[in-house]
Structure formats: C-alpha cells, structure tokens
Ligand binder design. Structure first.
Ligand code: HEC
Length: 283
C-alpha cells in the first residue's frame, strides 16, 4: 500500500521519522554539562556491571559440566540438565591408552557399567585381574603424581588410589535449576535488564549518531534479550535452545555495550555550534 507523502489537501499524512536534528526526542547535548557528566558516570557504572556479570557468569557456569571453560554443555546443564559420562569411560572408548590389551579394556568398561564401581574396584569375584590391578599395571606409569617416566605422562590426573579413581569414574546427572529458581531469576533479570535496556535504547536515541545505526543496535539488543531470556524456558524442554541463550545473550551484550560507548562519547562531544548561532541571530 502506498502511503501518501507530503501535503494533500492541507493534511500531512506521511509519518514523522525525523533526522537527528528534528526528531522529537530531546537530545543529550541539550542537557547541562553537569547532567552529561552524570550520565557519563552512569554509563561507566553500567559498563562495569556488564563486565562483572560476564565475569560472574563465567565462573558460575564454568564448572557445571566439570570440564574447564564455559562451554555449551555448562549452559545445557544449568537450563536443561545433562548426563555426563565418566571421563574414564570416554577415554577407554576412544581407544586410550594405545596398547591396552583388549581383555583389560573390556574388564574396565564392564566395571564402569556395572553400577557398582566402588564395590567391584578390587573385587576378585568380579574379574580375575581386578580393575584396581589393571589400573596399577597399565595406567599409573603415566597417571601418577610423580610418574617414573615423565615423558608422555599425565600427572594432573593420577589414578593411584580409590579417591583418584572415584573422581573420574562416576557418570553424573546434572540437574537443571529448580523451576522456582528459574522463575525467580527470570523475574529479577527480566525486569531489571529489560528496564536498563529500555533506558539504554532511549538514551542512544537522544544522541546524534546515525539513525540507522541507532535503530539497528536497538533492534539487535531488544531481540537478543528476548531470545536470551525466552530460551531459558524453552531450553528446559528442548535442549538445543541453549544456543538461543548464547546467541541472544551475545547479541544483547554486544549491542548494549556499543550503545553505552556511543552514549558516553555523545556526553563528551560538544553541542552543535552552528545551530545555536542561527537561533541567536533569529531571536
Ligand atoms: C603412556 C602414558 C599413559 C598411559 C599408560 C595411560 N595414560 Fe591416560 N592419559 C595420558 C595422557 C598424556 C593424557 C592426556 C592427553 C589425552 O587426553 O590423551 C591422558 C588422558 C587420560 C584421560 C582423560 C583425562 C581427561 O578427562 O582429559 C583418562 C580418563 C585416562 N587418561 C585414563 C587412563 C587409563 C584408565 C589408563 C590405563 C588403562 C591410562 N590412562 C593409561 C597418558 C597415559
């Protein structure tokens, strides 16, 4: 549908979509210098808030899947729940260590699958050569705190006693947040971050940055936040939606971070002299 533009029978029906000088939002540069300094300080605080929440998120989720670093599995574990396989089993299944007799590998795997890892660890009724004996004869040459032959060894994962073995032989089921915690977290985050996002978008609109850029970043931040928080709930039922948390969160953080920088720069940028001069002449 064509929207009539311009003036017809004295009525302007085109939409007002002013450029930076004419739009109806007040401009930050119109504020007194003291107010702009205040806003500048607030952008620094919000920026610090972004950085520290990033830092907090990393350390909060990092350990969830018991692998170093923040991975998608940490997010899946928190929002959906995840079963992790015992590292020992994973290693044996991928053929580690080379040269382990097939018979021993079978004994170790059926031991890990027996559901009685502790009971069968050194149980001579379970196997002629018990798991403990296999680990001692085939593994601790490398997996010892001070291995005999340091070359090719892995002393950071010793397998010398039951406690060492216990740490890597359990398959774990990681439970997601209880639903009431998720509701509580949504309630605080959705309201607080939503409000903050609205303020950032509005203040960015009150700058002289190109309208296209302002619009684009506002869209990315808003949609990102929606996808991020919405995915918290979707992931509960559909695990791959964890990617929505990652992608939405990244969209929101990058776009809002950029807008904060733009607001801060606007606070430092002097007002447009030319316009003031014209007005002075007119009045
Ligand atoms: C020749 C030395 C050597 C021997 C023998 C050896 N390992 Fe390893 N193992 C390593 C090294 C090095 C790594 C780390 C690199 C890798 O993951 O391949 C490792 C990694 C592992 C890991 C993975 C740790 C992780 O989560 O990243 C497990 C589990 C493991 N070994 C178990 C065993 C078991 C069980 C045995 C005996 C049946 C064994 N290893 C024998 C050298 C050895």
């Amino acid at each position: 549908m064509e929207r009539p533009k311009g003036d017809r029978s004295g009525v302007t029906t085109s939409r007002v979509r002013g450029d930076s000088r004419r739009d109806s939002l007040a401009q930050l540069y119109q504020l007194p210098a003291a107010a702009r300094l205040g806003i500048l300080a607030i952008t620094a605080v919000l920026g610090g808030g972004f950085l520290s929440s990033g830092w907090y998120l990393y350390y909060h989720y990092e350990k969830r899947d018991e692998k170093p670093g923040l991975t998608i599995d940490d997010i899946k574990a928190a929002y959906h729940g995840l079963e992790t396989q015992a590292p020992l089993k994973t290693a044996l299944e991928r053929g580690h260590p080379e040269g382990l007799p097939e018979e021993s590998r079978k004994v170790l795997l059926s031991w890990l699958e027996s559901g009685q890892v502790f009971e069968n660890y050194d149980n001579i009724d379970f196997a002629d050569v018990t798991p403990k004996e296999i680990l001692t004869s085939s593994c601790i040459s490398c997996h010892a705190r001070s291995p005999k032959d340091a070359k090719g060894a892995f002393p950071s994962m010793p397998l010398e006693n039951w406690d060492d073995v216990k740490a890597v032989s359990a398959s774990k089921k990681l439970n997601p947040y209880p639903i009431n915690i998720l509701a509580l977290s949504t309630h605080t985050h959705a309201l607080a971050i939503g409000t903050m996002a609205a303020v950032i978008v509005l203040m960015t609109g009150m700058t002289r940055w190109p309208r296209g850029l302002v619009g684009f970043l506002s869209l990315v931040a808003g949609v990102g936040l929606f996808v991020d928080i919405g995915s918290w709930w979707v992931t509960r039922h559909f695990i791959e939606a964890a990617w929505g948390i990652v992608v939405g969160g990244a969209m929101f953080n990058i776009a809002s971070g950029l807008m904060l920088v733009m607001i801060a720069l606007e606070c430092l940028r002097p007002g447009p002299r030319v316009v003031i001069a014209k007005n002075e002449v007119k009045s």
